[in-house]
Design a binder for this molecule. Structure first.
Ligand code: GRG
Length: 309
């Protein structure tokens, strides 16, 4: 596998055109979401407009793209994975809408636009989040399942990643950890749940939609776990180093609310080294996949490590 930040990463992904891939998958995901969400004019109109406002506000679509790339890595096809890719984007968007509420992070800006509650009011924003979460389960329930992963396994996968032991546990620990002087282990607990759980679930669902083998699923799980952790370490770094304009959300927020982050606990240099190490572990997880099939996932991991927003 080689060093965490060396030539081997470059070789692994150099011939792959990630920018074209992101564009192509982004279009597919946008079309899928447009088709799979109730039209904006559906009654109650304000609710459906509000759901669509946040869904189409310009997110990076990382989770759905990871889902499609994982399906591809396991010889699956986009059509089978797409409803699940859209389901994880619905859950992700719900979590952002609720996270931005005054009772949580109280933010005015998300994806470069006013937050949902700033446009539609708190009541509708809460309900839009609820409706997106519920819609994700409707999409999952619409999947027939695959020989190794039945319909029930797919629904359970999404429920467990977004439930009280994972995504919501992370958010609770995050809220309770503000100003509490967390240890690095405490911070890792939050990152595993708040960020890595849904990223990992996205990758696993892609594999499941391709009826992947248990060995492939284990590899995808290791990959998703490490990419998810690296993603959050980088997110912590960007909160300090980038502008609000660049991020499309309020920069410097972590320090303002005395939130523990990797830079605040171990410093910037060590944080970057940790992100590189985690990404190297993600690459390693896919070492048994044919290079060509793993190229999109590896390129995404590298992109997430080097991203500036
Ligand atoms: C259950 C309310 C609730 C929250 C769960 C996910 C979460 C916890 C809170 C959202 C805010 C946050 C800091 C999440 C950590 C993961 C993260 C950095 C999300 C932002 O993801 P990007 O950068 O966003 O992929 P875009 O807008 O590009 O989709």
């Amino acid at each position: 596998m080689g060093s965490p930040s060396g030539q081997s990463h470059v070789n692994r992904t150099a011939e792959f055109d990630l920018s074209a891939y992101l564009k192509q998958c982004g279009r597919i995901v946008d079309d899928g979401l447009n088709r799979l969400l109730p039209p904006a004019k559906t009654k109650p109109k304000t609710l459906h407009e509000s759901m669509r406002y946040s869904i189409f506000a310009g997110g990076k679509r990382l989770r759905p793209v990871l889902c499609l790339a994982a399906a591809e890595a396991c010889r699956g096809d986009v059509e089978a994975a797409l409803p699940l890719a859209c389901a994880v984007e619905c859950i992700h968007t719900y979590s952002l809408i609720h996270d931005d509420l005054p009772a949580m992070d109280d933010d005015d800006l998300r994806r470069g636009n006013p937050t949902n509650h700033k446009v539609y009011g708190e009541g509708i924003a809460i309900l839009a989040g609820d409706a997106l979460l519920t819609h994700a389960f409707e999409l999952a329930a619409g999947c027939d399942g695959w020989p190794r992963y039945n319909h029930q396994a797919i629904v359970r996968e999404i429920a467990s990643a977004s439930g009280s032991l994972q995504l919501i546990a992370g958010q609770v620990a995050d809220l309770e950890g503000e100003g509490a002087g967390l240890s690095q282990a405490g911070l890792r607990y939050i990152h595993e749940r708040k960020t890595s759980a849904l990223l990992c679930c996205s990758v696993r669902l892609g594999g499941m939609s391709a009826n992947c083998t248990p060995r492939e699923l284990k590899a995808l799980t290791d990959f998703g776990y490490h990419v998810g952790l690296a993603f959050q370490v980088i997110d912590d770094i960007l909160d300090v180093t980038q502008s609000t304009e660049k991020l499309g959300k309020t920069a410097g927020k972590d320090q303002a609310v005395d939130k523990a982050t990797y830079p605040s606990i171990v410093g910037m240099k060590k944080s970057r080294a940790i992100a590189r190490r985690l990404t190297a572990k993600a690459f390693e997880a896919l070492s048994s996949f044919p290079k060509k099939r793993a190229a999109p996932l590896n390129a995404l991991a590298e992109y997430l490590l080097n991203r500036d927003h």
